[in-house]
Design a protein around this ligand. Structure first.
Ligand code: PRP
Ligand code: MN
Ligand code: MG
Length: 185
């Protein structure tokens, strides 16, 4: 374990099992749907989860990324996310699954879902590895037949690893852990 980590919440193998189940749900739900599927990862945090998830998706799928920034180098959302790197794929008339590492206040998702709706996505679902409901401030609504897929509910600690950072570090850890308080306070 990294010396800056207090304790591990989910090991690499627990993560891998959960990601397989999420992919199975997605395979089942989207197999019979008529139109194209696009998975949109929110950079940077979602990169590792997205890579694992799409490897287990067994239907044709396009992969794209957007960058939505709200945290900078701190630990608190500033409440005003902006899309700083746009989609490459045209999502109009397509089923979109937004892939996130964590939903915290909900600001990032609510901004992104409105944007995808305005681009004409026929449905917008969300697949988030972690959900931290204790910190939710903004309610977001899915689009069309969109549905939410959640990996784990996250207790209210500052967590890092499996894509999640503090000041851009720790994203490469293959597990999710609680950062020692003295490292971020
Ligand atoms: C983190 C995380 C989510 C977002 C969730 O990203 O990856 O995208 O915050 O927080 P919210 O629900 O309060 O909006 P961050 O802005 O830190 O960028 P990063 O993915 O590059 O680390
Ligand atoms: Mn992010
Ligand atoms: Mg971050």
């Amino acid at each position: 374990m990294d010396a800056d980590i207090d304790r591990i919440l989910w090991t690499a193998s627990e993560i891998s099992d959960r990601v397989s189940s999420l992919a199975s749900e997605i395979n089942r739900d989207f197999k019979e749907k008529g139109c194209d599927l696009v998975v949109v990862g929110v950079a940077t945090g979602a990169f590792m989860f997205l890579a694992d998830l799409v490897r287990a998706i067994e239907i044709p799928v396009a992969v794209d990324f957007v960058r939505v920034e709200s945290y900078g180098s701190g630990t608190e959302s500033n409440g005003m996310p902006r899309i700083s790197s746009d989609l490459k794929v045209d999502v109009s008339g397509k089923h979109v699954i937004v892939v996130e590492d964590i939903v915290d206040t909900g600001n990032t998702l609510s901004c992104l879902i409105s944007y995808l709706k305005s681009k004409g996505a026929c449905s917008v679902s969300v697949c988030t590895f972690l959900d931290k409901p204790a910190r939710r401030r903004v309610h977001f609504e899915l689009v069309g037949e969109g549905k939410i897929y959640r990996g784990f509910e996250c207790p209210d600690y500052f967590v890092v690893g499996y894509g999640m950072d503090f000041a851009e570090l720790y994203r490469n850890l293959p597990y999710v852990g609680v950062l020692k308080p003295e490292m971020h306070t």
